[in-house]
Design a protein around this ligand. Structure first.
Ligand code: SLL
Length: 153
């Protein structure tokens, strides 16, 4: 059976949430120069399950982190860390084996500091910063078993 030009779109949300430490109440096991805790994540829109099509996620953190390549094999697909600086995180999505699809790569700029007209002043403000994007993942001509998974068939 041949279905011409079938194509499937899947929506996900990826990004980061960062929380500044209260300087008077920092976790004791945390290096003194770390100012924030943060989480980088890939998740479904409205908390939907995404494990039926997403097998694992590899997050590549800045080289200043020990074991900076982190692989998460089940939901929640996220990594929580502490640190002092912002950097680009490479996010590699691995699809379920039935898909026959190559991994797809996304990039996210980890945001720790709020945006504002007065950048320096804003750095002093203690607030949580969420930075997230919606991504439409396109599967062109997915193989039949994956097409069925994606259409819930
Ligand atoms: C900067 N280009 O200079 C960036 C690099 C790196 C942030 C930021 C490491 C924590 C640790 C950390 O926060 N790295 O030592 O484990 O702003």
């Amino acid at each position: 059976r041949i279905i011409a030009n079938r194509r499937k779109l899947i929506n996900t949300v990826f990004g980061s949430v960062a929380h500044p430490f209260d300087p008077d109440n920092k976790p004791s096991d945390c290096p003194p120069d770390h100012t924030h805790s943060w989480t980088i994540f890939v998740k479904g829109v409205n908390g939907e399950d995404i494990s039926y099509w997403l097998k694992k996620v590899q997050f590549k953190l800045h080289e200043t982190y020990a074991q900076n390549v982190r692989v998460v094999e089940q939901q929640p697909f996220e990594v929580t860390e502490t640190g002092w600086g912002e950097f680009e995180i490479q996010i590699k999505l691995y699809f379920v084996p039935e898909s026959n699809e190559k991994p797809q790569t996304l990039w996210h700029s980890l945001k720790l500091h709020p945006y504002g007209p007065d950048a320096e002043g804003m750095k002093e403000r203690r607030e949580s910063v969420i930075s997230q994007n919606y991504e439409e993942i396109i599967f062109n001509e997915p193989v039949e078993p994956f097409y069925e998974i994606l259409t819930g068939g």
